[in-house]
Design a protein around this ligand. Structure first.
Ligand code: ADP
Ligand code: MG
Length: 377
């Protein structure tokens, strides 16, 4: 990172920072309904070598970007001004400054091993890497949860993606060996030990290689549907409905909104059940919760696709204790909880099933719960 920084910017960086991608164990499409989520940070991260600049210029280069240095005056940053990948880090600088943080110019060189558009949250990793680097370069008093909110604001307001806060909270606040149990209404969170290897289990991530595009309006439509249902029920958010109140609520809603509400209510309950199991160390019991979550995303929320359904079905048939798509949907990745001795068989079975169906070969890797955004050099 240091050498590449010097090659591009002709100077020595002040340090190197990293922020991870994430997989969500359970709690999908709950974060914009004020609900619960349970992500882990991945070992894969966006790294950034950085130094401050005194001339108020922001220079950005990514090894995974467009092979040009984007050079912008920080004073001129405003939503709509920056297009393409540079909008994510530029948006973070804008959000920090708009919140009153004294951030000036910087040179930032990004390198990453988080696959983009795979549902593993490379965008939040890019934002949070930028934010931790600027926090330290400009000695900002910026606790991780506040950093996450500003990163989300950058993505919402500057890039124009109406994402919830889970991805940025995971990238900023996760710790090694733990899942982050997050209440997205209160932003209260707790580290829940997640070391499946201690019980002979592995968490496989299956990247289906189907690129989702959350900008295509489908996500916004789902979000709007959930908000309309809450308003019709007189609730601040669907978080305020529980399983006991569900049948009466469904009677009051137009039929097209019922399945959305059923997913959100049942998914919040699955998160709470998952946390209770992990607290007791009963990791294997998590499997059926994952699979039930997938069925709900497939049948009620209707955000799965042929590839994610095939990966889940094949993984379970080949010995996984449970599996589900993770991330916003329309492709992306699947997580599967698998006894270690079955991990190779599951990976092979999924690869074979994809080949037989004519799908692009999936990429399978084992996920460990890694640390959140941090300085590394
Ligand atoms: P996800 O967050 O699931 O990976 P998104 O569509 O939210 O998918 O974000 C992907 C986008 O983030 C990419 O299209 C690119 O603009 C940007 N991005 C992520 N990582 C990098 C990187 N290392 N370098 C440049 N751009 C990146
Ligand atoms: Mg993203």
């Amino acid at each position: 990172m240091t050498e590449q920084f010097e090659r591009i910017f002709g100077a020595v960086p002040a340090g190197v920072w990293a922020a991870p991608g994430r997989v969500n164990l359970i709690g999908e499409h709950t974060d914009y309904n004020d609900g619960f989520v349970l992500p882990i940070a991945l070992p894969q991260a966006v790294s950034v070598a950085a130094r401050p600049r005194t001339d108020g210029r922001l220079r950005l280069y990514s090894a995974q970007g467009d092979d040009v240095v984007t050079d912008l005056p920080v004073d001129a940053l405003a939503p709509g001004v920056v297009t393409g990948w540079a909008g994510y880090p530029a948006g973070v600088v804008w959000a920090l400054r708009a919140a009153g943080h004294p951030v000036g110019g910087a040179d930032l060189y990004f390198g990453s091993d988080v696959p983009t558009g795979a549902g593993l949250s490379s965008s939040a990793a890019l934002e949070c890497a930028t934010a931790v680097a600027l926090r330290d370069l400009y000695r900002l008093d910026l606790p991780p949860a506040e950093l996450a909110l500003l990163a989300q604001r950058a993505e919402n307001r500057f890039v124009g993606v109406p994402c919830g806060v889970m991805d940025q909270m995971a990238s900023a606040c996760c710790t090694e060996g733990a899942a982050l149990f997050l209440d997205t209404r209160e932003l209260s969170h707790r580290q829940v030990p997640f070391r499946p290897a201690e019980q002979g289990l592995v968490l496989l991530v299956i990247d289906t290689r189907v690129k989702h595009d959350l900008g295509d309006g489908a996500y916004a439509a789902l979000r709007a549907g959930c908000e309309r249902a809450a308003a019709l029920l007189g609730l601040a958010a669907l978080r305020d409905l529980d399983a006991a109140g569900l049948p009466a609520a469904l009677d009051r809603l137009p039929t097209e909104l019922g399945p959305l509400v059923r997913h959100v209510v049942s998914e919040n309950e699955r998160v709470l059940r998952a946390v209770a199991l992990l607290d007791k160390g009963e990791f294997a019991e998590l499997g059926p919760i994952l699979t039930a979550g997938h069925a709900s995303l497939r049948d009620d929320f209707e955000v799965s696709c042929a590839e994610t359904d095939l990966a889940v079905e094949t993984a379970v048939a080949a010995g996984a204790l449970g599996a589900r798509m993770t991330g916003g949907g329309f492709g992306g990745s699947v997580v599967a909880l698998v006894p270690r001795e079955s991990a190779d068989a599951v990976a092979q079975a999924v690869g074979a099933a994809f080949a037989a169906a004519g799908h692009t070969a999936p990429v399978v890797f084992e996920a460990r719960a890694a640390a959140g955004a941090r300085r590394v050099v």
